[in-house]
Design a protein around this ligand. Sequence first.
Ligand code: UDP
Length: 314
Amino acid sequence: MGNILNVLITGGAGFVGSHLVERFISKKYNVTVIDNLLTGSKKNLEPFLENENFTFIDFDVQNHIEISQDLDYVLHLASAASPKAYTQHPINTLKAGSIGTINTLGLAKAKSCKYLLTSTSEVYGDPQISPQPETYWGNVNPNGVRSMYDEAKRFAEAAVASYNRIYNLDTRIVRLFNTYGPKMKINDGRVVTNFISQAIKGEDITIYGNGNQTRSFCFIDDTVLGIIKAMESDSSEVFNIGNPNEITILQLAEKVISLTNSKSAIKFVKLPEDDPMQRKPDITKANKKLNWFPEVSLEDGLLKTIEWVENSID
Ligand code: UDP
């Protein structure tokens, strides 16, 4: 394997994917993105479209994938990923996680290359232990309102594990916990972008439920570094990638109000069904085996995200 690697990223037009493209392009790698632009945006790829090391293919991973060139890495990110997006596109979400995972695994097998799946903290469902280590099997409603995403990713993990066991494919799985930062889709319904845009516009901050549910937010630069370290590593394992700094949604609302100097009031509305009560990654394994640890504080990350949202909505 030479220094210039050939990398294929499905879902590369999305929030996380386009940040990965940026990192790989800056390493002078050849990057091919496959994305059907269902939730991703070509705008995220604008800086690379004219780059000779970059190729964009408008394609849905639920179809058989043919790539003529050799590949060193396949990273399968393609999927709707926010509760709003996967609720709007349930069948495509199921297909991206199931058929799309099989197709990308088949491609990696044909190219004898390394493979990475981005899974999710949603595989833990509404966890009964905290923090959640990779060894926890989860508490998931198999046919609930989030099941199209949760179960598709659980199937995807099973598919990756099988290709690893049966074909000895060089695979790894990263379970991403809530990540945020510039290039997030602003109207995607996620809590960070909702709160920031509401605060900037002086609208009520909508807290679902009583706001005592917790999440642990990881800034995108940390997330991307974790993914790259897992990709480069020789450990065919599962890694939680997230920031263990856990806060309640009410605390997040207060922080966003204070960082934006907003006059917005807090409004409590109905909690969606199956909304997990807590989420906090145990990242001991990624720390030990990948030498990875998130470094950006919530405050710094939110300030960068606020600046980006401000520039994007006016
Ligand atoms: N949430 C909220 N107000 C919003 C959007 C989300 O209180 O305007 C809550 C939501 O109920 C959940 C948490 O924030 O408990 C994170 O929601 P998000 O959709 O960002 O992602 P999730 O972690 O649930 O997949």
